[in-house]
Design a protein around this ligand. Structure first.
Ligand SMILES: C[S@@+](CC[C@H](N)C(=O)[O-])C[C@H]1O[C@@H](n2cnc3c(N)ncnc32)[C@H](O)[C@@H]1O
Length: 472
């Protein structure tokens, strides 16, 4: 067998073996999985990072850079695609997806990080040589050299339509959100330009890791002993790890006495637990419990009051996660796999019910960098009957005088107010109560009676909550 390459090289182009850069290779691999397999970055990345670290050629800084490259490239995809489109001579849909991924990673290094331009271009071209081959590496080189001629502000000025001509399109390009999402968020938020700009910018920030100290099992004081830990803003059980932190390294989290939970999610569970009731307060239901964050907090709060929690979830494997989240709960509880639209319990058998329904997740874009590009307006129609069915099921499950909390991690009006108004129109004997006093000290909750949280105002996911009392 010969060592010679099969095709003779042109004189003057000495063969150079592409250099492998484990960080960028891993980032590329993660982006391909997100693109090809519809995988979630927050699920794909951790095992890839673990494997790389176990392999020994990856340290904590490499892991941080790979994470930043993947999340940044996905979040900023809308802006970067508009810039790349200016630098290639054909429509983007005619550029192969793996090439677009290498270009996206390169543009993020050039315009979204402090990596020097020459290093960003040469690292991207090396990556292209490894994963795409020499020919396409030349294309990547040519495109990135054009991109490197300006900074992000300069590019945005060139590629975004002026705000006065088309505000939603302008914001979509500048803040990297699909136009229909900008429009939906703005409809829900209301107000002028500055509010929506702040919200869209907050969606592009990395959220802090927030822990919950499950009452009766841990305390905020215990969690505050962790490095760079500060108290939550609104929930007495919340502790924020301001430098990212490693929740798995926290003993109380490992033992299930504490968990990772956005503060908005904690506030929803607390409001449901504290809503005023007439009569007994003994039986609580979480009708959409998987994976169990709110159920674990509700279970601990129920235990303090001597109440029983039934945590129900349709998907058996997710019911398993709920059982794990509730393991060790100090009070009585049961976890079942059941469909909340065809209840496995007698009507009127609960005093408090939470239904945190499946939704588009448009309120959690900070955590799911790819979600905004994957969601379609048609998804709303897909969720609508289920959301209504689950709220009807919850109203059926609660006794007269009891309360139901309807929650979503989307602020889209079609998933929030429209569902509640529609269901209440057809269910006699149910009234909305003011949820705002149930979130004491939390400002800017809107005109009520329901509550909408926002990342830019509250530092939480954009959770929605309506509280309904059964009156007859
Ligand atoms: C938004 S998640 C709930 C999150 C959960 N409350 C928490 O804090 O961890 C919605 C859950 O509802 C479940 N679900 C979907 N359809 C359902 C149904 N018909 N009955 C009960 N649960 C359902 C989904 O599998 C999903 O786990």
């Amino acid at each position: 067998m010969s060592d010679q390459p099969r095709r003779p090289r042109k004189p003057g182009t000495p063969y150079r073996r592409p250099r492998k850069d484990p960080v960028r290779l891993l980032a590329f691999e993660a982006l391909r999985a997100v693109d090809e397999r519809d995988a979630y970055a927050n699920l794909v990345l951790p095992p890839l990072l673990r494997k790389a670290r176990e392999g020994g050629d990856f340290d904590a800084r490499d892991a941080a850079l790979a994470t930043e490259l993947v999340y940044g490239t996905l979040r900023r995809q809308g802006t970067y695609d508009a810039i790349i489109a200016e630098c290639v001579d054909r429509p983007l849909r005619e550029v192969d997806p793996p090439v677009l991924d290498v270009l996206g990673l390169g543009v993020h290094q050039l315009l979204g990080t402090r990596i020097p331009s020459h290093a960003a271009v040469s690292a991207s071209v090396e990556l292209a040589r490894v994963v795409l081959g020499d020919g396409r590496a030349k294309f990547v080189n040519a495109v990135l050299r054009k991109v490197a001629r300006d900074d992000l502000d300069g590019w945005v000025e060139k590629v975004a339509p002026p705000y006065d001509e088309d505000p939603e399109d302008h914001l979509a390009v500048v803040h990297s959100h699909p136009r229909w999402v900008v429009s939906a968020l703005w409809d829900s938020l209301g107000g002028g330009r500055s509010g929506i700009e702040d919200l869209l910018a907050a969606d592009n920030e990395r959220p802090e890791v927030t822990l919950v100290a499950r009452p009766g099992r841990s305390t905020a004081a215990e969690l505050l002993a962790e490095d760079a830990a500060v108290a939550g803003r609104w929930s007495p059980y919340a502790v924020r790890l301001t430098e990212g932190g490693e929740p798995g390294a926290v003993e109380a989290v490992r033992e299930g006495r504490a968990g990772v939970q956005d503060e908005g999610s904690q506030l929803v569970a607390l409001a449901v637990a504290n809503a005023p009731l007439d009569g007994p307060d003994r039986r609580w239901l979480d009708g959409c419990a998987g994976p169990g964050g709110k159920a674990a907090l509700l279970g601990a709060l129920a235990a303090e009051r001597g109440a029983f929690l039934l945590a129900s979830e349709k998907q058996p494997h997710r019911a398993g996660l709920v059982a794990k989240a509730l393991a060790g709960n100090p009070g009585p509880y049961q976890v079942i796999a059941a469909d909340g639209t065809r209840p496995a319990w007698r009507p009127g058998s609960f005093d408090r019910v939470l239904v945190d329904v499946p939704c588009t997740g448009l309120g959690a874009l900070r955590r799911r960098p790819e979600a905004r590009w994957r969601r379609r307006p048609a998804d709303l129609d897909g969720f609508a009957p289920l959301q209504r069915g689950l709220l009807r099921g919850a109203l059926d499950a609660v006794r007269v005088g009891g309360i139901v909390g309807y929650a979503t991690c989307s602020p889209h009006l079609a998933e929030t107010r429209a569902v509640v108004a529609d269901v209440l129109k057809h269910v006699p004997g149910a009234e909305l109560i003011d949820a705002r006093p149930l979130l004491p000290g939390v400002p800017e909750l809107g005109e009520g009676p329901d509550v909408q949280l926002w990342p830019h105002l509250h530092g939480t996911d954009a959770m929605y909550l309506a509280i309904v009392r059964r009156t007859g």
